[in-house]
Design a protein around this ligand. Structure first.
Ligand code: ADP
Ligand code: MG
Ligand code: MG
Length: 515
């Protein structure tokens, strides 16, 4: 039987002032000592207060693990390898991807420019046949009588193919909650719920690092007998730097592999292509030493804000042309467009079967799709336009552009007004998605030193690693070489907030206490 968080109204337990004080001081010290941290927000510590940027603060975290139905958690983990297979197959099917992207060209400049990068590289031929995906599939709980005996199922919020973040912090927050449990920082009254076999340790740090390591090794030896490295292409400044560092450190300690951080806007300065398009990186701190890059791991480049200058597009093209393995390739990045998710979710469409021929796996994936509609001139699109422009129906929906990184969506009652101001010719750049309404839950969040208690909404992310060969010859569809589920993330936000991003300033990292 599936228990829901509603069935534990006592959760989380009430703390006496002394208990809360002990829990908070333990949590604050543990988090800094173990890298469960972020650089402080400028609104919290000004540049004048920390001119050299040495300060770190506890990442927004929940005080307790959140209750989560075991069967739903296990289902999310179980289907991740099918999702990896699905998105790898989409990224390898250029013709199909093109048919979708074409609907966005002309209405979405960012998507158009990414597509142009692919067509440019295709002209001279891709120099690297392998691609790496470090994916994250995000879900919320939804009451759905067709999925489980108690009517709770997972519905997918979105699928991330680029810069899937928080894998590093997620392992730390589940370790923190387990530590708090083990030392008895949680009150005895909760002992029947928070048990050590219930608080799930996330393997995301080491599992994602292992993904980078398999790509690194699959690249092969350096032709020029140079040292090899992985390149983390990052935003600068980056507040979520420790999340990335945790992967870098795991890559080094578990795989013996060196990684460097390259701010995206320094790409053309610090890297160059050899005649066979081998990507060479010369660290500014050691100009006499040049590394051969096996794998480019993008933690930047997903937002139009990363491309203020033409040079930034030149840099993306330069990296895509290179012989390094890209995580992700431009085509894999494009496969993560919300439009793709909408097309896959079209009822009775043949698309899912095309990419996931195994019927059982396809039906498990299908069960996680929430209703999503286009806003184009198709029959479904015209119906969706009616729903989105009517204030009464619009409150059940979220409107999404083809963007990543949080803060881009339009929610519920704001949708009709927003569309009124947008020329109708641009509406097809958006998709309309039904809001998933998770059951009520409660927790306490520590953010910027303040504790907020109350109703919360949880979002489960399941990571996936997939390495594949694209198939360079005509008729060769490539093949998957590695495919595994790579741990999980739970993000929790106050139930008054529509957005969920931790970095965007809304959510907190959390862990699952399975019921
Ligand atoms: P992004 O790629 O910017 O993270 P998302 O699709 O994940 O975009 O949307 C951002 C946030 O909006 C999510 O983390 C979630 O909190 C909320 N959200 C998005 N879609 C839905 C939905 N269908 N139902 C409920 N909340 C949603
Ligand atoms: Mg996203
Ligand atoms: Mg998201």
């Amino acid at each position: 039987m599936v228990m829901t968080p509603e069935q534990s109204p006592e959760y989380p337990p009430e703390l006496s002032p002394e208990e809360e004080q002990y829990l908070l001081s333990t949590l604050k010290d543990w988090s800094i000592a173990n890298g469960l941290a972020v650089r402080p927000a400028p609104s919290f510590i000004s540049k004048e207060q920390d001119p050299s940027g040495v300060l770190a603060s506890t990442a927004p975290v929940t005080l307790f693990p959140s209750l989560f139905p075991r069967s739903c958690f296990l289902e999310g983990c179980r289907i991740q390898s099918a999702y990896n297979e699905l998105y790898s197959a989409i990224a390898r099917d250029e013709d199909w991807l093109k048919s979708i992207v074409e609907e966005l060209i002309g209405v979405d400049d960012f998507v158009s420019r990414l597509w142009e990068i692919h067509t440019e590289v295709k002209k001279e031929g891709y120099a690297q046949d392998l691609s790496l995906g470090l994916f994250r599939s995000d879900y919320m709980l939804h009451s759905d009588p067709s999925t489980t005996d108690q009517g709770l199922g997972l519905k997918q919020v979105e699928f991330n193919t680029i810069a899937s973040s928080f894998g590093g912090l997620s392992s730390q927050v589940s370790a923190l909650h387990n530590y708090l449990l083990e030392i008895g920082a949680y009150p005895a009254s909760s002992a029947n719920i928070i048990k050590s076999d219930a608080v799930q340790q996330s393997s995301s740090t080491s599992s994602l690092a292992k993904g980078l390591a398999v790509a690194h090794r699959a690249y092969g030896k350096s032709k020029g007998a140079r040292p090899l490295c992985v390149l983390f292409v990052v935003q600068d400044p980056e507040r979520n730097v420790f999340d990335q560092r945790l992967l870098e450190y795991a890559l080094f300690s578990e795989g013996g592999i060196r990684a460097f951080r390259l701010p995206f806007n320094r790409t053309l300065e610090n890297t160059r292509l050899d005649t066979d398009r081998t990507l060479l990186y010369t660290p500014p701190h050691a100009p006499s030493c040049t590394y051969e890059v096996t794998t480019v791991y993008f933690r930047a480049g997903y937002s139009p804000d990363d491309y203020p200058k033409q040079d930034d597009w030149t840099a993306r093209l330069h990296l895509e042309r290179s012989r390094a393995i890209k995580c992700p390739s431009v085509l894999t990045h494009l496969a993560g467009c919300k439009k793709i998710q909408q097309v896959l979710a079209t009822p009775h469409s043949p698309h899912l079967k095309r990419f996931l021929p195994d019927e059982e796996r396809a039906s498990q994936v299908l069960a996680t799709f929430a209703p999503i509609y286009p806003l184009d001139q198709s029959e479904a699109g015209l119906e969706a336009r009616d729903l989105a422009t009517n204030p009464e129906s619009a409150v059940r929906y979220v409107l999404k552009p083809q963007r990543e990184g949080g803060g881009n969506n339009i929610y519920r009652k704001s949708i009709p007004e927003f569309l009124k101001k947008l020329p109708q010719s641009h509406w097809p750049a958006y998709i309309l998605m039904e809001m998933i309404e998770p059951p009520p839950a409660r927790n306490a969040i520590l953010r910027n030193g303040e504790v907020q208690k109350g109703g919360v909404i949880c979002e489960l992310g399941v990571y996936g690693v997939c390495l594949w060969r694209n198939g360079s010859k005509e008729g060769d569809k490539g093949e998957i070489l590695e495919n595994w589920e790579a741990g999980y993330l739970l993000r929790t936000k106050g139930d008054q907030s529509e957005e969920g991003g931790v970095a965007a300033g809304f959510g907190a990292v959390d862990s699952c206490c399975l019921l």
